[in-house]
Write a protein that binds this ligand. Structure first.
Ligand SMILES: [Zn+2]
Length: 417
């Protein structure tokens, strides 16, 4: 139907279940709709008159000019501001602070309602509208070629949509939670709040149906690994909540030639010692299909890799071709750079006549020392590792005793025998 478009991505996420992520953290707990009443020391069924009275009484007690606590006073004022406004009070009673339209309110005073009442930590400060339902994350595997060239992929998702109107849950009267009395010991009972099992904490019940939706995912030039492509409000519909998002999370596939970091690309190249000294040309196929030839300038020499003395890591000789990296996201005409890391392969063995010729051709040939073999010591060398440097010689008893080795005891025994 979509001409060989990779539906494989949906093997693990299509059934409407998928993995939940994003959203507003824990989503099942009902909103707090009592805090403001508690602040004004009121019951939830308080009248407008009760609210006014409570506010005047408490603001007198807590006014900073009269030695009251400034923060407490602010809380009282904000609570009054919301509960004295019938519209805001209604929103608060239904959705908690998140439901209160806060424009021109606390935000203009540079304060977030949440941080005022809950001490911050509510995340992104989205303090308006009903709570948002869970979002769904779908990983989507994308080749480096597609991230270089851009691509549009059509993908199908199954989502739940609500049929008709949602009804308030009868078991919990829309609260999403019920109080339960439990016996915790002989003659001891406790009251516990738990998520309403009838509506799974939604406060509403509604009939839903599964709907198949085809989404066009635009992979833009230069997009990166783990980057999110969001379809707002395309997750499962949940009664009483703003519908969550469907997010496609780009998973960059490994490329056999190019490695990527930001907008830069890296290739590794093995060359012979001959090529390192006399030059080379190397034809590669770039990510957009272009044939690109990378070559040395006349006389350019590629050096050997070096070894970092401390870590023992090999540091390759690096060259760079400007502007042959990835396109930048949002500005595809500006490209990163292409780095080339070299590994120079030395010959394992040379014929004596080749050695003789090389000695004549290459600069700075060895000046053979003159000596009498009877008078000096001659040595040949073995290959070694610089990390072992400093560890030669006999292991002295003193240093073994000082070290925190587990065979410290062994050292002591040695001493005794
Ligand atoms: Zn319920």
């Amino acid at each position: 139907m979509f001409g060989g478009i990779p539906f494989e991505h949906f093997a693990h996420g299509g059934g409407g279940g998928g993995s939940f992520g994003g959203g507003r953290g824990g989503s099942a707990e009902p909103p707090d709709t009592t805090k403001l009443y508690e602040t004004l020391e009121l019951e939830k069924d308080a009248t407008a008159k009760d609210i006014k009275k409570a506010y005047f009484r408490l603001s007198k007690v807590h006014h900073p000019d009269k030695g009251g606590d400034a923060h407490k006073f602010k809380e009282i004022s904000a609570a009054y501001e919301i509960l004295s406004d019938p519209e805001k009070r209604k929103q608060y009673d239904e959705y908690g602070l998140e439901g209160v339209d806060d424009e021109g309110g606390a935000q203009q005073r540079g304060e977030d309602l949440f941080s005022m009442f809950f001490g911050g930590g509510r995340g992104n400060g989205r303090a308006r509208g009903p709570r948002k339902g869970p979002s769904v994350n779908h990983p989507i595997k994308v080749s480096l070629e597609d991230l270089y060239n851009g691509k549009t992929v059509k993908l199908a998702v199954n989502r739940k949509v609500i049929i008709g109107d949602a009804k308030e849950c009868e078991k919990c009267n829309g609260r999403g939670a019920i109080m339960e009395v439990r016996q915790i010991g002989p003659g001891m009972i406790t009251q516990m709040q738990r998520t309403c099992p009838s509506c799974q904490g939604q406060g509403n019940t509604a009939k839903t149906k599964s709907e198949r939706q085809v989404l066009e995912v635009h992979i833009e030039k230069g997009m990166k690994h783990e980057q999110k492509i969001t379809f707002r409000g395309m997750a499962d519909e949940t009664p009483g909540m703003e519908t969550g998002d469907v997010n496609f999370i780009i998973q960059e596939k490994e490329h056999e030639l190019f490695k990527r970091k930001g907008a830069d690309l890296l290739v590794t190249k093995d060359i012979s010692l001959n090529q390192a000294l006399t030059g080379f040309t190397w034809k590669i196929k770039h990510l957009d299909g272009r044939q690109v030839v990378i070559k040395t300038r006349p006389g350019q020499i590629i050096e050997c890799e070096t070894t970092d003395a401390e870590s023992g890591r090999t540091l390759p000789y690096i060259t760079m071709v400007k502007d042959e990296g990835m396109p930048s996201l949002g500005n595809p005409f500006v490209k990163g750079n292409l780095y080339i890391a070299f590994h120079v392969k030395f010959p394992q063995k040379l014929e004596p006549d080749v050695i003789k010729q090389l000695r004549m051709i290459l600069p700075d040939a060895d000046i053979e020392e003159e000596y009498d073999p009877e008078q000096v010591e001659e040595h040949f060398m073995d290959v070694a590792d610089l990390r072992h440097f400093g560890k030669g010689g006999a292991v002295s008893q003193q240093s073994e005793y000082d070290s925190d080795d587990e065979d410290r005891q062994g050292g002591v025994q040695c001493q005794q025998s």
